[in-house]
Design a protein around this ligand. Structure first.
Ligand code: GUN
Length: 290
């Protein structure tokens, strides 16, 4: 089966975003601006934030990085968020997660103005996503990217059997809510689910976001299913330049012959960043329309 090439789809979308950014600048003089807040020195978070910044620059979005020491206190971080909320040149605020344990992540995310909540993590945006007949201003980038990939694969959502593996606030839960909004029959399996394989085997659509390398085996997957692999797990590999390689939550080599599947890397990752760019553009467009 052909693979579902997130990199190519993301590239096409970024060209359109770049054109829309320039059109907004020409029409209004407003250039979209994204502030990234990176607390501490988690290497994976540093890499993600750097990739997001580069992607912003490539489409003409102004990006500002706030690198904050790991021992920052709650009040200092809160006042930075307040400052960014008030900054007219900043349309989107991204607080890279996870935050160090001593910080109250919930209070920080609650503080981000919902009009600038380009990660879609504010409980009001998440609540609107959960409710019938309501629409959030922004949807979390990773599951939104998964939905675009499923659309590009030509998936019919209505009545489809969709299984989400994992229930995180960042991916699993919002992914399930998005599938439900599109009228799929949705099941979430998680670490306390007995025999997840028997449930996943029924699925027409699988979104795997458990964070466990190659946990989904070929015999979990129905022939002809569409499988979106959100996992980016580092596994030791002495032959690799960095000493590790990235693998998904799905046993790609074994599954690719029976299902349409996204690769890792080159599947969901580029789409996540693209959806963040799209949300930041949308935030800037809202700001001039208000
Ligand atoms: N940590 C892991 N994924 C994400 C994401 O999509 N956004 C932010 N802010 N932090 C993350």
């Amino acid at each position: 089966m052909p693979i579902l090439d997130g990199k190519a789809i993301a590239e096409q979308m970024r060209q359109q975003i770049a054109a829309d950014v320039e059109a907004l600048v020409q029409k209004t003089g407003v250039r979209p601006g994204l502030a990234a807040v990176l607390v501490g020195d988690n290497p994976a978070s540093q890499t993600y934030v750097r990739m997001k910044q580069r992607a912003c620059e490539a489409v003409g979005i102004h990006s500002v990085l706030h690198e904050i020491p790991a021992d920052v206190d709650q009040a200092t971080l809160e006042s930075l968020i307040q400052k960014l909320n008030a900054d007219q040149t900043i349309h989107g605020i991204l607080v890279q997660l996870p935050l160090p344990k001593h910080l109250d992540e919930q209070r920080i995310l609650d503080l981000v103005r919902i009009e600038k909540d380009v990660d879609g993590f504010h409980p009001l945006n998440m609540g609107h996503l959960a409710m019938k007949g309501r629409e959030p201003l922004f949807m979390p980038a990773t599951p939104a990217g998964c939905m675009v990939l499923l659309e590009k694969a030509g998936v019919k959502f209505s009545g489809a059997n969709a299984v989400v593996i994992g229930r995180s606030n960042i991916v699993g839960l919002p992914a399930a809510l998005m599938l439900l909004k599109r009228d799929a029959t949705v099941t979430i399996v998680h670490s306390r689910t007995p025999e997840p394989s028997s449930i996943v085997r029924q699925a027409d659509i699988v979104i795997a976001a458990a964070g466990r390398a190659a946990m989904v085996k070929a015999d979990w997957i129905k022939h002809g299913a569409v499988v979106i692999d959100v996992g980016t797990n580092r596994v030791d590999d002495p032959t690799a330049k960095r000493g590790y390689r990235l693998v998904g939550d799905v046993d790609f080599e074994a599954v690719k012959d029976k299902a349409l599947i996204t690769p890792v890397p080159g599947g969901v990752g580029p789409m996540t960043i693209t959806m963040l760019l799209s949300n930041t553009l949308k935030a800037a467009q809202y700001s001039v329309a208000r």
